[in-house]
Ligand binder design. Structure first.
Ligand code: RIB
Length: 297
């Protein structure tokens, strides 16, 4: 059983700022760092560092070749990422404030140049029982999801960043959702204020799917037809929360797919996500399995 992460690869331009720039304001940044990022790349790196065999598919421009080197260094198979001559690599302008919080401006670039032919050629390398991990930063998701289901792949979906088009995806193809509170509330069409009501609404909306609901400082909840597992957040001194959710996703999925219980997978994912917020950047902040296990919060 193999894992295909078909998603975005971004160059992250991370600016450290006193506060997020306001409308009409010009703000001098304290520093600029360039990191490998993109929710797809980050989750593929997290899977690999958590010990899984993972294949990345997607697209970059020629300016993004270094992202492939960083993926390969993390142990991710990169042969299914296309390098396009005429499109820039996707990028993210990230403001990182004094509290460690961030806000992100995305440019899709090559992430928005996925073709049906690439989808077909990629899926041809996978068979029934393999897993497909998706986020919401590439084009072509409806076709990709339907084709994957037709081939018998299982689908894990982290529909982030949330937007209206997510509601039009063939979500009935999804076996495992990984959601934050905002995403969950929009998918379940509730206000999300009451956690138990939100979980019930998710169960009613997706009766056949397992769900991981991440709640920041309130921890996370796993739910499937037979069990509900709660996991507290690990305490950590945050300097940069970028990719914490991606780290959680990769570590959770890697642990589940090697046969660990939902409770074990949630604990490992929470510890790895806590580690990631204590380091700057997206992919560079993701720990190895050993680093996460040794992290005390
Ligand atoms: O989840 C974090 C990621 O979101 C960043 O790496 C950035 O590229 C955006 O895609």
């Amino acid at each position: 059983m193999r894992i295909l992460c078909f998603g975005s690869l971004n160059i992250d331009y991370t600016y450290r700022v006193d506060h997020f720039v306001q409308p009409g304001e010009t703000l001098a940044a304290d520093s600029l760092q360039v990191f490998s990022g993109g929710k797809g790349l980050n989750q593929a790196v997290a899977l690999a560092r958590a010990g899984a065999a993972v294949w990345m598919a997607g697209a970059v421009g020629t300016d993004g070749r270094f992202l492939l080197d960083e993926l390969a260094a993390a142990g991710v198979h990169t042969g299914l990422v296309r390098v396009l001559e005429t499109v820039r690599t996707g990028n993210a302008i990230i403001q990182n404030d004094k509290t460690g919080d961030n806000c992100i401006l995305l440019y899709g670039g090559a992430n928005r140049a996925i073709t049906e032919q690439q989808v077909e050629q990629t899926l041809a390398s996978f068979t029934a029982g393999d897993w497909l991990l998706l986020q919401n930063e590439i084009n072509g998701l409806p076709y990709l999801m339907r084709q994957a289901q037709a081939r018998g792949l299982r689908i894990a979906c982290n529909p982030s960043p949330m937007e209206a088009r997510v509601l039009e995806l063939p979500l009935e193809t999804v076996d495992l959702f990984l959601l934050n509170r905002v995403e969950a509330a929009q998918l379940a069409e509730t206000d999300g204020a009451d956690e138990d009501a939100l979980l019930r609404a998710l169960r009613a909306r997706f009766p056949d799917a397992a769900v991981v609901l991440t709640l920041g400082a309130q921890g996370a909840v796993y739910m499937d037809g037979g069990q509900t597992v709660r996991q507290a957040a690990f305490p950590a001194q945050a300097v940069d929360t970028t990719a914490a959710g991606d780290t959680f996703t990769g570590f959770f999925l890697a642990a589940r797919l090697r046969g660990e219980s939902a409770a074990q997978a949630m604990a490992q994912a929470a510890r790895a996500a806590a580690y990631s917020v204590t380091r700057r950047g997206a992919a560079p902040s993701i720990p190895t399995r050993a680093q996460a296990a040794a992290f005390g919060g």
